[in-house]
Design a protein around this ligand. Structure first.
Ligand code: SAH
Ligand code: SF4
Ligand code: F3S
Length: 465
């Protein structure tokens, strides 16, 4: 009798870049699960390593090639031991550089962009066939097309036990790609045109997540608030209306979305913030610069004043709204005065947190052809000053929470025994003494102090009258 044995293989995915890549990595794991691939946290055990890459800044991109150098060594070790290692490069660098990666790093078996993830099992079969070829004939499998079919129609959903294992919070991509073409940004080229998933598909995925124990969903899109999915009746539904529909899912307790563009904060979405408790009062709304001249050169198509006006409207609907933002310093032509305008807008808004970057020239973007590049030392100096200001604002925001009672979704055991940790509505990490029985629900927590990047809380026990 021949022995039937399902041969499990180990998959290691290394994820760079934004939350969309984090989501995609899970979806790739889901696509490979039916083919016998199980995730491992130990790269040395892997039969297949996928690098899910980011192209947004030069440094992010370059990381891929240094990682491929290390993987080449790992592959040699595995082969010396009689085993093997397959290597795939996915994500935005794969999309942008395709063939170039295979040429620069022949160790790679597969190179494929974000729109090809549903074809991963097929590509893997092709790459495995290549294995048996003479090295001089071996070619990497490359797929950087933007196919007609919708990858989301073909990607399998995670099994319930997998969703349970992934935890109480989950990402859900509802919109992909970008039509905005900010002059510094590669996303419209690496992710393609803006596409929204149909409402039915989004709701079904959200229900599946909630059945798997998820309490908090973060809707994702490069321009998530430009979402315009169709419903069963063929009507176009915006993100505001989608939020109302998701709020109807029993068991879903928190909803977030990222990243938003100031131009797409429409009335329906702002009203949703007024009406829906499930929508968390924390919004990532990048402005990039406070100088109208630079905003124009960046092709953001709004002014600093218009951005402030949007924030005013949001705060009128939801007074406790906290904001986070993204900033680029040293865009070509940025003068001292332009930079002062950026500091000014930061001071005016008062952010709960912010991400800031030195401008990085990206090949193929309009910004790459602009003269008047800002010197590296000037960029560094501006970045430090900006970060000093933002850090002070973050510290002040954390401090303003002390003495308040906040609902905290308790997600995990804390760093120390007898402690648990979770997140406030404003996405702050909160630590408190308490039993692990608290995990899985939202509890009222009195904030009693702050520590670096987090809050310290005390469980508020309801006292019967
Ligand atoms: N869709 C989002 C941003 C996605 S990219 C939006 O419109 O705001 C994430 C952040 O990376 C951007 O907000 C920007 O601050 C930064 N970024 C993008 N391209 C960059 C570049 N070429 N150099 C430096 N930072 C960049
Ligand atoms: Fe990039 Fe601008 Fe699109 Fe954001 S809106 S992804 S910054 S092009
Ligand atoms: Fe990076 Fe692509 Fe996200 S370039 S930021 S991984 S969309």
């Amino acid at each position: 009798m021949t022995e039937m044995r399902q041969n499990t293989k180990k998959l290691f995915i290394k994820t760079y870049g934004c939350q969309m890549n984090v989501y995609d990595s899970d979806r790739m794991a889901d696509a490979l699960a039916p083919h016998g691939y199980e995730p491992t946290a130990d790269i040395a055990m892997a039969d297949l390593v996928l690098l899910n890459t980011c192209h947004i800044r030069e440094k992010a991109s370059e990381k891929v090639f240094s990682e491929l150098g290390r993987l080449k060594e790992l592959q040699s070790e595995r082969r010396a031991g009689g085993a093997d290692l397959m290597i795939g490069v996915a994500g935005c660098v794969a999309q942008a550089e395709g063939e170039e990666i295979a040429r620069r790093a022949p160790v790679v078996d597969m190179v494929f962009g974000p729109q090809a993830y549903h074809k991963l099992p097929d590509m893997l079969a092709k790459a495995e066939a290549q294995r048996h070829m003479h090295p001089s004939l071996k070619r990497a499998v490359i797929d950087t097309d933007f196919p007609e079919e919708d990858k989301f129609d073909h990607l399998p959903a995670a099994k319930k036990e997998v969703t349970i294992r992934r935890g109480l919070t989950a990402f859900l991509t509802v919109q992909e790609g970008c039509d905005k073409f900010c002059s510094f940004c590669v996303v419209p080229y690496t992710r393609g045109a803006e596409v929204s998933r149909p409402v039915r598909q989004v709701l079904a995925e959200a229900r599946g997540l909630v059945e798997g124990g998820v309490k908090e969903i973060t809707l994702l899109g490069q321009n998530v608030n430009a979402y315009h999915g169709v419903d069963e009746a063929g009507r176009t539904v915006g993100l505001g209306e989608l939020a109302y529909l998701l709020a109807g899912i029993e068991g879903l307790e928190r909803l977030r979305y990222t990243t938003s563009h100031p131009r797409d904060m429409d009335d329906a979405l702002i009203e949703a913030h007024r009406d829906l408790d499930i929508l968390m009062p924390y919004l990532h709304l990048p402005v990039q610069s406070g100088s109208d001249r630079i905003l124009k050169a960046m092709n953001r198509r709004h002014t600093g004043a218009e951005y402030l006006k949007v924030i005013e409207r949001i705060k009128a609907a939801r007074p406790d709204m906290a904001l986070s933002g993204d900033f680029i310093v040293g865009f070509p032509g940025e003068t001292d005065q332009d930079f002062e305008d950026t500091l000014k807008i930061i001071a005016d808004v008062g952010y709960a947190s912010a991400y800031s970057f030195k401008y990085s020239t990206r090949p193929g973007t309009p910004g790459a052809n602009l003269g008047d590049q800002v010197a590296e030392e000037v960029k560094s100096e501006r970045l430090w000053r900006l970060q000093d200001l933002v850090n002070a604002q973050t510290t002040a925001f954390h401090a303003s929470c002390v003495g308040k009672t906040l609902p905290v979704l308790i997600e995990r055991p804390g760093r120390m025994a007898g402690q648990v940790g979770g997140r406030s509505p404003y996405l702050q990490a909160v630590h408190l003494d308490g039993s692990t029985d608290l995990i899985g629900a939202i509890h009222q927590v009195e904030i009693i102090g702050t520590s670096t990047n987090s809050l310290v809380g005390r469980l508020k026990v309801a006292v019967a009258a």
